[in-house]
Write a protein that binds this ligand. Structure first.
Ligand code: CTP
Ligand code: CA
Length: 226
């Protein structure tokens, strides 16, 4: 919980947040997904709304409640998420991509339930479009922020993604550490920006981490304007 009244430093800003997992269909009863709970992205959307932003949350399947004042658009697959994000991208000031987007989807989806047969089953997978890379390539005025969960070398991989996807900043965290992960209510991240800032945000609730991330973004955007 916040100890003080939230600042209204995002008044007049349009903020797009993506959150949650995606689901990639195999057949009417089966899909590929991941363990993302959506909690980090929902916390960022909630924090931004409290600070006065006009927030759109593009969410993969999640049980979480829509934060007060946030416009939520529900999506299923990586392709759905890409389509919805591109519709609103042009008008955003800040874009924060906390979603755990599938990297692969089945090449073929079946209209009726696939029946089991003797022997092994192989499902051929193809790459999904990298949403964040697409946004980076089409960036105009937006401040673009990625997320990356890594098991090792988080800062090095994070810097690589920051460069390759033309981001303004990326929040990296190491998974496997106690209390920091996909389902957890707490997180510990390092905020990296283009100027080489490496700001360690110590373990805290995802709601508090969300405010700390927004603090860094606001600071960087103010520095950019000078
Ligand atoms: N991302 C995306 N679209 C994808 C895959 C990832 O927009 N198809 C975004 C995620 O939302 C996240 C960032 O890219 O903000 C980093 O995701 P991550 O999975 O860590 O990186 P990848 O580039 O997919 O690389 P890898 O999974 O191989 O580490
Ligand atoms: Ca990935």
């Amino acid at each position: 919980e916040e100890r003080t009244e939230p600042k209204r430093d995002l008044e007049g800003k349009k903020v797009l947040v993506t959150a949650g997992p995606t689901q990639e269909t195999i057949d009417p009863v089966r899909f590929f997904t991941n363990h993302s709970s959506g909690k980090m992205g929902y916390a960022v959307a909630e924090a931004a709304a409290k600070r006065g932003a006009d927030v759109t949350l593009v969410s993969g399947p999640s049980q979480l409640t829509t934060p007060f004042g946030v416009k939520r658009i529900d999506v299923t697959s990586a392709q759905d998420m890409l389509d919805q994000v591109l519709i609103v991208y042009g008008e955003q000031d800040i874009v924060i991509k906390a979603a755990a987007v599938a990297d692969y989807r089945p090449v073929q989806t079946f209209d009726s339930k696939v029946k089991k047969q003797d022997g092994n089953l192989s499902i051929e997978m193809e790459r999904t479009t990298d949403i964040l890379l697409t946004l980076g390539q089409r960036k105009q005025h937006q401040f673009l922020v990625g997320f990356a969960a890594e098991t090792n070398d988080a800062v090095a991989y994070g810097k690589g993604k920051l460069e390759r996807k033309h981001l303004d900043a990326i929040c990296v965290n190491t998974v496997g550490k106690t209390g920091a992960g996909f389902q957890s209510d707490t997180n510990e991240v390092i905020y990296l920006n283009r100027e080489g800032k490496e700001q360690h945000l110590p373990s805290d609730t995802k709601k508090q981490i969300a405010h700390r991330i927004l603090d860094e973004i606001v600071e960087d955007m103010e520095a950019d304007r000078k």
